[in-house]
Write a protein that binds this ligand. Structure first.
Ligand SMILES: Nc1nc2c(ncn2[C@@H]2O[C@H](COP(=O)(O)OP(=O)(O)OP(=O)(O)O)[C@@H](O)[C@H]2O)c(=O)[nH]1
Ligand SMILES: [Mg+2]
Length: 193
């Protein structure tokens, strides 16, 4: 998709605040700092519409971005951030679960994992959760620029094995630094629009 227009429409914490449109929604899930906001920015050719920072745990709300009046990207707060209280974590879980299990407009979840490492227990849990609810998943392995190209296959296989990856899902090697995987990511997303 060639994106000319993108804007944030709402930062929501509860369903009453979700946009009242029937546009398809694609959500981004993954641990804090994995590159969710950077992924959105790369796909829409913007430097910093979705706020990124070196500081983990920055995104605390469901941030809905309207893209070309064609879809919403939903930037979901990252998990696995140690400095979050039990109460906050429970609130986070409830917010995500409500959105993912009840939102009809949600067409697919992009599950981001750091390509350099084996998926964390929470990455595995998120993938299993999505499979359980039959939500279409696109797995995106981020920060590919930090690994040598001849190591990509090895890392991809290790990640798939740990996730018990369903071969019917898309798996995309991605870098917001080099734009590797950008076209493949759009192609995978467009199947759900
Ligand atoms: N080298 C490299 N750095 C990346 C890539 N993607 C993200 N980063 C960096 O990783 C850090 C975190 O990126 P974000 O996009 O803010 O991560 P996030 O998943 O949105 O984090 P939270 O909002 O805290 O959940 C930033 O410093 C980014 O510049 C990538 O593909 N390659
Ligand atoms: Mg973010």
């Amino acid at each position: 998709m060639k994106v000319h227009h993108a804007e944030i429409v709402i930062s929501a914490v509860q369903p009453e605040q979700y946009p009242k449109t029937q546009l398809p929604e694609i959500a981004l899930a993954g641990r804090s700092n994995v590159g969710k906001s950077s992924f959105i920015n790369t796909l829409i050719n913007r430097k910093n519409l979705a706020r990124t920072s070196g500081k983990p745990g920055k995104t605390q709300t469901l941030n809905f971005y309207l893209i070309e009046d064609a879809l919403h990207f939903v930037d979901v707060p990252g998990y696995g951030y140690a400095k979050v209280s039990k109460t906050e974590r429970a609130k986070w879980g409830e917010m995500i679960e409500t959105y993912i299990t009840q939102r009809e407009q949600l067409k697919a979840v992009i599950s981001l994992v750091d390509m350099r490492h084996d998926p964390s227990a929470e990455d595995i849990q998120m993938y299993e959760f999505l499979k359980y609810y039959n939500i279409p998943v696109i797995v995106v392995a981020t920060k590919a620029d930090k690994i040598k190209g001849n190591q990509w296959n090895k890392h991809e296989s290790a990640i798939k094995k740990k996730l018990n990856f369903d071969p019917n899902d898309a798996f995309i090697v991605f870098s917001s630094e080099t734009k590797e995987g950008k076209d493949k990511a759009w192609a995978a997303i467009e199947k759900y629009l």
